[in-house]
Design a protein around this ligand. Sequence first.
Ligand SMILES: Nc1ncnc2c1ncn2[C@@H]1O[C@H](COP(=O)(O)OP(=O)(O)OP(=O)(O)O)[C@@H](O)[C@H]1O
Ligand SMILES: *[C@@H]1O[C@H](CO)[C@@H](O)[C@H](O)[C@H]1NC(C)=O
Ligand SMILES: *[C@@H]1O[C@H](CO)[C@@H](O)[C@H](O)[C@H]1NC(C)=O
Length: 406
Amino acid sequence: MLLARRLPGILYTHRYTVYSVGIILSTFIYFLFKWNLFCVNLQAWQHVKRMCSLYEQGLAIGSLCAPLCVSKDIHSLTCHSFQTAKEAVFSAEWHNIKLVFKSVTTDVQPIHWYDNGILKYPTEKEFLLSIRTIVKRKLNLTLAYDTAVRLARLKPSYEEKDPLKRKQEIDSLWYLLQDNEYLLSTIFTDKDIFPQLIGTCGPYFAVEYLEPVPFTSALFSMGDTLEEWGQRLKFALQILELLDDLETSFREPFHLCDIKLNHFGYMNNKKKLKFIDLDEAFPRTVISSLFQEIDNCLVDDDCEFLDCRSTCNKTTKQCRTSIENNNFQIVCEKIFLGWRMSNTILVPGLLMSQHTPSELASILRQCANPDGVPGKVRKMPDDEIRKRLFNVLYEMEQSLNNDFFL
Ligand SMILES: Nc1ncnc2c1ncn2[C@@H]1O[C@H](COP(=O)(O)OP(=O)(O)OP(=O)(O)O)[C@@H](O)[C@H]1O
Ligand SMILES: *[C@@H]1O[C@H](CO)[C@@H](O)[C@H](O)[C@H]1NC(C)=O
Ligand SMILES: *[C@@H]1O[C@H](CO)[C@@H](O)[C@H](O)[C@H]1NC(C)=O
């Protein structure tokens, strides 16, 4: 009571301190939000409001617009923090399925144009051609006619006959198709490697929700039990299987240039692992041409695209047009071994614990850094190392988990 009565007086005598603390605190909170280090569900609601207002004006179309805006079947919006590339990432629920909404940029030249004040759209044939051009440019892939037709529609097996609605559909698709994540999720529906597309509404699309993987914060998982070690081994094997799929299921290997633990996610009760962040996933020839676009490199560090690395030819000042490391090397370095500074491990990775046998540690060092060079590694580990790692992990996992279930 006494303190409460004296509080205004105390605040007054220390008013400058109070002002400064207030200003520092609000600046801090402002930047937390601005840099998306922190989010509130309000932001998710604002995106829904934007979708619905576009929908009501007839500017957005898609299978998720009505459930969001009319019947309101989509509920339980939850925001996801730590997003950088995409403007919006939030999850929601729809009839017991969880989905994740993402926005695409509308910062590209629209597909329609004006001719003497008259609004013009490409013909169906021209639209198909431009879809194939986008896919060729972004994925170096020549689409089969049927796939192109599927991509030219919002609902794969429904042909919009109403000319006005078709124009809205073309407008929406145009923005969506520029997005790498939307493209990969729609083109490779049969592969079971990327999250499945569930639907769209205007410049937003939703994919299936993936369960977060365990051990995403090594710092906080101090538990070092044998049971947890068994789970780690199983997870590591699933990562290796996913990398195998990326290497062999496509016409050419796919490179993930932004590999982090929280970019993996589970489906079907942890049976199937998928990769979430598809903005930085490219086929090998495409990543090579990205290196080609870098002008005037001076050092090797200039020839990097996040985790994907090439080297600088100092005479021509051009990056070598082939990627020199691969998914396997990155995973060994960043996920399995952990954060290192020179040769000391600062934050132990998934496979570094008191249970790590020296044979495993040695294999991991070889795949993270095949030539044992100082600095950043620009080398793909041999296939031999990959097989040895798989076998060692598999045998340990089998014997451990058999022990548990006996
Ligand atoms: N399909 C999904 N299922 C579950 N969580 C997801 C899904 N998609 C995204 N997330 C969550 O949202 C976060 C940000 O999404 P995403 O990786 O697409 O955006 P980003 O801007 O590339 O973020 P980052 O900073 O992680 O690279 C992810 O790290 C993940 O935690
Ligand atoms: C696309 O792929 C083909 C076949 O693999 C290859 O020959 C060609 O160089 C690639 N194009 C580009 C631009 O990378
Ligand atoms: C740099 O490029 C030139 C011309 O293509 C080539 O002759 C040379 O061998 C390259 N140097 C290195 C170190 O790769």
